[in-house]
Design a protein around this ligand. Structure first.
Ligand code: NDP
Length: 392
């Protein structure tokens, strides 16, 4: 018996609401709140169980605190934008409510993300007796749990981790992003970075690439990028020597991105235009398709997983664990595309494990710090089957 407050009614928020509604024995009462009430109401109309909706500006801790006091939830699932993480965590501290998110904090005026800002809440969460679970989407999220599972069940020691993320879907637009365009373009145009032998090595944006043969998809070119789970895995997987993150992009996507960058449309600093200040990337977001609108005609699959090398039964071993998700199937089930689906399902499962006490703690945690078994058991039951195989 518990009440959840979901903040953010975008592509991911819709999936979280649908998936929580499918588990009434845990999520007895669901409230969906976001900046635009109509978006919450649109999602509510798709769900057969009654859920409540509310309007809130989560940048405003006082407004959010008032809503939390009124709703009195047991857990807040934050699937708004990374900009809101700290104000929502502040409201959780104020009201003594547990917190979960899927993306780490980013300041608006700097394309930089790191866990420090949120890890710094650990002592205050611990002293307040509440729990914060960070990065419980797919990547970060399931990919971290795949690593914890490999360490628990297959390897005495993990030496290298390569997270590989392929979206082989087609949405029919020349250029669109699969989640919030502003966040996505900031991430893709940033310098690459990976962890090796205790050091962070930087690379020029999208300059390192190689071909990987994805199951059920085939060979695709993937590009080395920095991604937030590298930071927590470097801390939490003992003795790991190298961790890299790779994502596939089509040539068409890369060409559009290069042109947009060259003409200044991806800038995040304000420019003066006809007497008002606009941020080019925010303006571009307004022109691009809303990621949730891509879902209806999306076809094809995603494959996201981890290639792990280490010591297994005393000998070197190589292993691949992954999920395949189908865009059209996700749409049939919850009116979302696979990127939102693969993020929203793990957020719901993380929430379920917190509310049922399977994952508990006081302070701020990353998902790989908990026992991976209950999470891995629930993934296929709620729509994300996984496959593992030994390559060597
Ligand atoms: P969308 O842009 O589709 O949705 C974001 C939602 O948050 C919108 O409904 C938006 O409202 C709302 N919102 C924004 N600002 C505020 C605010 N100040 N107060 C209240 N609500 C607000 O994004 P997605 O659904 O695609 O992504 C949601 C989150 O999931 C992001 O943080 C993203 O980084 C993360 N993510 C994580 C992944 C993972 O695997 N870990 C993968 C994909 C996404 P409005 O419509 O009014 O703007």
């Amino acid at each position: 018996m518990s009440r959840v407050l979901i903040i953010g009614a975008g592509g991911v928020g819709g999936v979280v609401a649908h998936k929580c509604a499918q588990v009434p024995e845990v999520f007895t009462d669901i409230v969906l709140a976001s900046r635009t009430l109509e978006k919450c109401d649109k999602i509510r109309a798709q769900i057969s169980r009654p859920i409540r909706t509310a309007r809130v500006d989560a940048d405003n801790t006082a407004e959010l605190t008032a809503l939390i006091r009124e709703v009195s939830p047991d857990l807040i699932i934050n699937v708004a934008l990374p900009y809101q993480d700290l104000s929502i965590m502040d409201a959780c501290l104020e009201t003594g409510v547990d917190y979960l998110d899927t993306a780490n904090y980013e300041p608006r005026d700097e394309a930089r993300f790191c866990y420090k800002w949120q890890w710094d809440y650990n002592d205050r969460f611990r002293d307040r007796g509440i729990m914060g679970l960070l990065g419980c989407g797919f990547d970060p999220g399931v990919t971290n749990i795949f690593c914890a599972h490999a360490l628990k069940h297959h390897f005495e020691e993990i030496r290298t981790i390569d997270i590989v993320d392929c979206n082989a879907g087609k949405h029919g637009h020349a250029f669109a992003t699969n989640f919030n365009p502003e966040i996505n373009i900031r991430e893709v145009t940033a310098r690459g970075k990976y962890f090796e032998n205790g050091r962070w090595i930087e690379t020029d944006p999208l300059s390192v690439h190689e071909t990987f043969d994805f199951p059920e998809i085939g060979p695709r070119e993937m590009y080395l990028m920095y991604h937030e789970e590298l930071e927590s895995l470097a801390k939490n997987i003992p003795g790991v020597r190298r961790i890299r993150f790779w994502m596939t992009f089509s040539q068409e996507y890369l060409t559009h991105l290069r042109v947009l960058q060259n003409v200044g449309m991806t800038r995040i600093d304000p420019v003066s235009f006809q007497g008002c200040e606009i941020v080019p990337l925010q303006f571009l977001k307004a022109l691009l398709p809303d990621p949730s609108s891509l879902a209806k005609n999306y076809e094809g699959k995603t494959c996201i997983g981890c290639v792990i090398e280490g010591i297994r039964e005393g000998k070197p071993g190589k292993y691949f664990i992954y999920n395949i998700c189908d865009h059209a199937e996700a749409y049939r089930e919850v009116k979302a595309q696979a990127i939102s689906y693969t993020t929203g399902v793990p957020a719901m499962i993380g929430g379920m494990l917190m509310l049922t006490g399977a994952w508990r703690g006081r302070g701020v945690f990353n998902v790989e710090e908990f026992d991976p078994d209950p999470f891995m058991e629930k993934l296929p039951l709620h729509g994300l089957p996984w496959t593992e195989k030994f390559l060597e």
